[in-house]
Write a protein that binds this ligand. Structure first.
Ligand SMILES: [Zn+2]
Length: 391
């Protein structure tokens, strides 16, 4: 079977297990699936439990505009949202903007107010349909926080700017409590030489509302296929592959790995390659640091693309975002890169299902990563001074 067909078939097998929300039986099923595949390759799999405070999204959430028109809006609770006591009737007022993903995304916020008291927040996405995201640290987790889509947010802003009173009915059944536990999985593949080492990683957890083919079944399957390739042809240097859980929970999985690592463990890593979101299309975003390393890596990626595909638009973003798992390592001073084919209309959606476009980009990324590990030397280590994670 060629790499692309294999990528699609493995992605289907993973996604059939259902959403892989940290702390649920869905992610346990995915853990077993990955452990089975890796063991079959002859690898020893190390599991590391990641524990966080528990949170449950509840069965339903509602946002219905009742004035100036009556319309129900698609909405999702943000991760760590509080619950409402039954249905709340409130009026909306603008409440500034909220930066997500290191301000890569700026979402308009509305406060839902009853008698001058804020009883809930609506978060309007900056592009695409309603999608849940984790709340920034410091959010008021005692009240509902509901994500709505960009167009609905624009409509509300327009009504408010026009002097309308905007009334809503809303509810959320979320619950804090207990503990959420799932596992990071790590395998180590010996290299042809013993010096240095590379961490290749991605998260396999999802939000609760999505099968997560693009985010991040795609990166997960790419890691599996890389493990298989390297077991057949050993890499130039030792490679550690880690499948992280709880990325969606403010990088709890990768942060726990960094917290458990000694300075020597981190120093042994030449660099980190993170794969998160290999969606459809020809638009590749890369996030690489430090800057001199960015230059080298982007050149290599361009050269590889030039000989392997007809079209590719590459945009490099510096400094690397703190929105995904390489950030935990970059903040600890390890040179890092992150690759994504951004597919924002599928992000955290029930229709994030396997397709040929994802499979094609997995099959393209696997040999790219092999080539980078083969040829990319350890960059000089400039400590990531002043870079700290906001959580
Ligand atoms: Zn992701």
């Amino acid at each position: 079977m060629d790499l692309r067909s294999k990528a699609l078939s493995e992605l289907r097998s993973l996604v059939e297990l259902g959403p892989r929300f940290h702390g649920t039986s869905g992610i346990s099923a995915a853990t077993d699936f990955l452990r089975g595949r890796l063991t079959a390759l002859g690898l020893d799999v190390e599991g590391h439990q990641v524990r966080t405070d528990g949170w449950d999204p509840g069965a339903t959430a509602l946002v219905e505009v009742t004035d100036p028109i009556v319309r129900q809006l698609t909405c999702w609770p943000m991760l760590w949202s509080g619950a409402s006591t039954g249905q709340i009737r409130a009026t909306l007022r603008p409440h500034g903007v909220q930066g997500l993903w290191a301000d890569s995304m700026k979402w308009h916020k509305f406060a839902a107010v009853v008698d001058g008291t804020v009883v809930a927040y609506l978060h309007a996405r900056d592009g695409g349909p309603a999608a849940p995201q984790p709340l920034p640290i410091g959010s008021d987790e005692s009240v509902p926080h509901l994500a709505i889509g960009r167009i609905d947010g624009l409509q509300i802003s327009e009504w408010l700017a026009d002097g309308h009173e905007v009334s809503v009915r809303l509810s959320a059944e979320c619950a804090h409590g207990g503990q959420a536990v799932s596992e990071n999985l790590t395998v180590t593949i010996p290299g042809r030489t013993d010096t240095g080492g590379v961490l290749v990683c991605g998260h396999y957890d999802t939000f609760w509302n999505t099968p997560g083919a693009y985010d991040n079944g795609s990166g997960t399957i790419a890691l599996l296929l890389l493990a298989e390739q390297w077991m057949q042809q050993p890499p130039a240097r030792p490679v550690t592959i880690t499948f992280f859980t709880a990325e969606e929970w403010h990088l709890a999985g990768s942060r726990s790995m960094v917290a458990a690592a000694s300075d020597e463990d981190l120093d042994r890593l030449d660099y980190v390659i993170n794969l998160d979101g290999l969606g459809r299309g020809d638009f590749l975003e890369v996030f690489i640091g430090p800057e001199a390393f960015e230059e080298t890596v982007v050149d290599r990626v361009r050269a590889f693309a030039g000989s392997t595909r007809e079209r590719l638009e590459i945009i490099s973003r510096f400094p690397p975002t703190y929105g995904t798992d390489h950030a935990a390592f970059y903040a600890a001073g390890v040179p890092s890169m992150h690759f994504t084919f951004n597919d924002l209309h599928r992000l955290h959606q029930p229709d994030d299902l396997p397709n040929d476009g994802i499979a094609a980009n997995i099959a393209w990324t696997v040999p790219l990563v092999q080539e980078l590990v083969e040829t990319l030397e350890r960059p000089s280590r400039t400590p990531a001074r002043g870079i700290s994670l906001p959580f």
